[in-house]
Design a protein around this ligand. Structure first.
Ligand code: NAD
Ligand code: TYD
Length: 349
């Protein structure tokens, strides 16, 4: 298959492209990416010269350019998005434009070009907060809490409507929190790891007891491949990890793994509308497509920490420029107001 991949220079997209271009695989790739702050061609150095790979710089909202690049492809795997909740809270317009309008533009083009499959990469965040002990299956109601998750939910609904109205070959994947190599350090785990590399404090939002379901990016990519090759048109597939962990427990696990003191834990002002818990029921993809996560959280964390320790040039590259001003804008003021709202944790930190 010739695949049209959007957002392939980002974290999950680049992991997917490296996986799908492993030796002996039959696919070829057009990677269509705008190269926003989150897009980084350094993520794809290992495949840049592969004859099966082509990069096209472009915006998914630009119908003309997207159609030219998509022509001749067989299927779409759509990763491109403004993917960070905090940025969507403080500057929501970009998330709405890319995630909603951009997806609409791609649906129109894929329909016109009669592509055989459109895999829409969505998120567990569309289900919103899960009650303690509850897990969202694919029929759970959509209850997004942030502009990011609302924009992703909107794009899911557009895909669904195209399937129903136009017999469009759409499939939706809703994955939990990914972690692993090449993740931009605005997200929790790479932010913590890259801060620890330079002994900076770890900002923990609110009481740190929010829970996330952690999925190694390579397990997610294997799931996307399974859905691309064997997933049923019109279906939704949840893809989750093996462990649901409180943020504070995750931060402490990283401190331990990196041999750093708990005095670096710093409680900061909470995210507005912060979801307490995400948890996915993934029985459907296990039963239908024989997919299970293969990487335990302990192994995945060890591998991820090693990757960030080893790839110092990559980390230095992404921590420069835009990231520095982002961090300054969203964290320096937050840090200053910390002590007033710091909760007492059982360990006294
Ligand atoms: P990312 O932010 O690392 O990468 C996004 C990529 O999209 C970047 O390369 C960026 O340049 C590109 N992009 C952004 N706007 C674009 C536009 N208008 N036109 C073309 N390209 C554009 O994101 P990620 O973490 O790799 O997430 C990929 C997808 O997976 C997203 O759709 C996200 O909603 C979804 N998802 C992410 C997670 C997670 O934990 N990171 C979990 C579940 C689902
Ligand atoms: P994030 O990686 O932004 O993913 P999401 O909010 O989409 O699940 O955040 C994961 C969790 O970590 C979430 O509960 C918010 C929390 N968090 C912090 O406590 N501190 C931080 O600096 C960041 C970025 C996130």
């Amino acid at each position: 298959m010739k695949l049209f991949i959007t957002g392939g220079a980002g974290f999950i997209g680049s992991n997917f492209i490296r996986q799908i271009l492993a030796p002996g695989r039959p696919h070829t790739v057009v990677n269509y990416d705008k190269l926003t702050y989150a897009g980084n061609l350094a993520n794809l150095e290992s495949v840049a010269k592969d004859a099966r790979y082509r990069f096209v710089k472009g915006d998914i909202c630009d119908a003309h350019a997207a159609e030219a690049a998509m022509s001749g492809c067989d299927a779409v795997v759509h990763f491109a998005a403004e993917s960070h909740v905090d940025r969507s809270i403080y500057e929501p317009a970009a998330a709405i434009q890319t995630n909603v309008t951009g997806t609409f533009v791609l649906l129109q083009i894929a329909k016109k070009l009669a592509l055989s499959k459109f895999v829409h990469v969505s998120t567990d965040e569309v289900y919103g907060d899960m009650a303690p002990g509850a897990f969202a299956d694919e029929n759970a109601p959509i209850h997004p809490s942030s502009p990011y998750s609302a924009s992703k939910a909107s794009s899911d609904l557009l895909v669904r409507s195209y399937v129903r109205t136009y017999n469009f070959p759409g499939v939706i994947i809703r994955a939990s929190n990914n972690y692993g190599p090449y993740q931009f350090p605005e997200k929790f785990l790479p932010l913590l790891i890259s801060n620890l590399l330079v002994d900076k404090p770890l900002p923990i939002y609110g009481d740190g007891k929010q829970e996330r379901d952690w999925l190694h990016v390579e397990d997610h990519c294997r799931g996307i491949m399974a859905v691309l090759e064997r997933g049923r048109i019109g279906e939704v597939y949840n893809i989750g990890g093996t462990d649901i962990v409180e943020n504070i427990a995750m931060a402490k696990a990283l401190l331990k793994a990196m041999g750093k003191p708990e005095t670096l834990l710093t409680y900061v002002k909470d995210r507005p509308g912060h979801d307490r818990r995400y948890a996915l029921d993934c029985k459907k993809i296990a039963a239908e497509l024989d997919w299970q996560p293969q990487i335990t959280l302990a192994d995945g964390l060890r591998q991820t920490v090693d990757w960030y320790k080893t790839n110092t040039a990559w980390v230095a590259g992404v921590r420069g420029g835009e990231y520095r001003s982002y961090y300054h804008k969203y964290y320096e003021n937050r840090d200053a107001s910390l002590q007033a709202i710091a909760p007492k944790s059982p360990s006294g930190v």
